[in-house]
Design a protein around this ligand. Sequence first.
Ligand SMILES: NC(=[NH2+])NCCC[C@H](N)C(=O)O
Length: 302
Amino acid sequence: MSNAVLHLVGAAVGEGASDGGCKWGAAALREHGIAQALAATGRTVTWGDTVTAQPMLATSRLNAIEGFSERLAGTVAQVLRQNQQPLVLGGDHSCAVGTWSAVAEHLRPQGALGLVWIDAHLDAHTPDTSDSQAPHGMPVAALLGHGSVGMTDLFGWRHKLRPEHLVIIGARSYEPAETALLDSLGVRVMFMPEVLERGFAACFDEARTRVQAGTVGWGISFDLDGLDPRDAPGTGTPVEQGIRLADALQVLAGCSQDPQFVALELTEYNPLRDFGGQTAQAATDLVCSMLAPQANALGLAA
Ligand SMILES: NC(=[NH2+])NCCC[C@H](N)C(=O)O
């Protein structure tokens, strides 16, 4: 789908996290010139609406995220109906509920969605298990069909993702309830020690093969905190010892050229912690590497 128009959607949400700074992430990336950088790779780029969470219209934080998810899902579904490729720019990671529910809904007549989830966290809490009650710790569970109905049942159906169609890479900060849920469902999680031992390239290769099996389309939800904070300090909840940016740039280069690649989401950019703009540049380089029409458009190996 790499010749499709690339349609950027801002997800202005920070209410899903304890530190709300990610709400300003998409606006800051836009200011930084992410759309121009993508256009310079040869893609045709358009920036559609930014969807903004509206806590003042909600009864609780969770309810604010539920309402936001529904509106973001509507926007992403519309982009897909126009045969454009969505790039959703967060925003805290609760935006994944809206993004991937819409992609799953779009693919549903043909088949299932596959998803590679790159993240320091598992985001597999439900409101019953989360100590922080932060909705950005819940999107994986919601997409798998567990959690509040307002997050699990967008478009009137549940289980947007089947456990065997999801792979999580880079996890290193999580709570026991999350591993309990994912273990019980049989989700393949590549924790950070495995990534360090086998290398990100081998891990991503396995992940891509798994999410392509039995699905009709796949995508990547990239939480910037999956990267090492030395390369990307400006994230909502940084955790030491992550994936190095140089590895990610090389391994993910051109991944969107796969005809089954449907959408990309980049989350948890927190400009309030990004002194000097290092993380904005890392985010820009990453999306350009993944979405460039040729893998070598940036001089990177295929
Ligand atoms: N997408 C994220 N950054 N998630 C962080 C979640 C942190 C913690 N596990 C929680 O549930 O509160």
